[in-house]
Write a protein that binds this ligand. Structure first.
Ligand code: CA
Length: 130
C-alpha cells in the first residue's frame, strides 16, 4: 500500500491450484514497475480476521467471498491469519478501493504498516478457474 503512485492488481487464474497475479505500480510517468507471479495453492481458502492488532478482540473466520457489511465487521479488522488460499482485502464494497493481498500461512499482526487499519469492507479468495 505505497502512498506514491497508482496501484493495479490483476488476477488471472490459470489452472486449478494456480493463479497469476500481476501487480503493477505506476509512478508519475505511468511506467510498469513491479510484477509478481503467484503459484500458491488456492484450495480450501480460509482467513481469520481480528478486530484488534495482534489477533485480539472479536474475530471472524471466512471461507468464501464476503461483504464485511453483511456480518457487521466492516471498517473493523486490524490483523489477520490466512489458513489457506490467497486472499484479497478491499477498502470498499464491490471490490473497490485499496487492496491488501495475503498468502497461505501468512499472519499479519497489524494493518497499520499497510495503511489498512479499520478500513477493510470486502474480502475474497482467489479461486482457481473451473
Ligand atoms: Ca480494529
Amino acid at each position: 500500500m505505497s502512498a506514491s503512485g497508482v496501484q493495479y492488481t490483476e488476477f488471472v487464474a490459470t489452472r486449478r491450484g494456480a493463479a497469476l497475479l500481476v501487480r503493477a505500480t505506476l509512478d508519475e510517468k505511468g511506467s510498469f514497475s513491479s510484477l509478481k507471479i503467484i503459484t500458491d495453492d488456492l484450495d480450501d481458502p480460509e482467513i481469520q480476521l481480528f478486530e484488534h492488532v495482534n489477533y485480539q478482540g472479536r474475530s471472524v473466520t471466512l471461507r468464501q467471498e464476503t461483504s464485511l457489511h453483511d456480518i457487521d465487521f466492516s471498517d473493523i479488522a486490524s490483523s489477520h491469519k490466512v489458513k489457506g488460499g490467497v486472499w484479497v482485502l478491499y477498502e470498499h464494497i464491490n471490490c473497490q478501493g485499496a487492496q491488501l493481498v495475503s498468502f497461505p500461512g501468512e499472519e499479519v499482526p497489524s494493518y497499520f504498516p499497510h495503511s489498512f487499519n479499520d478500513v477493510a469492507s470486502h474480502v475474497r479468495p482467489l479461486l482457481p478457474k473451473p
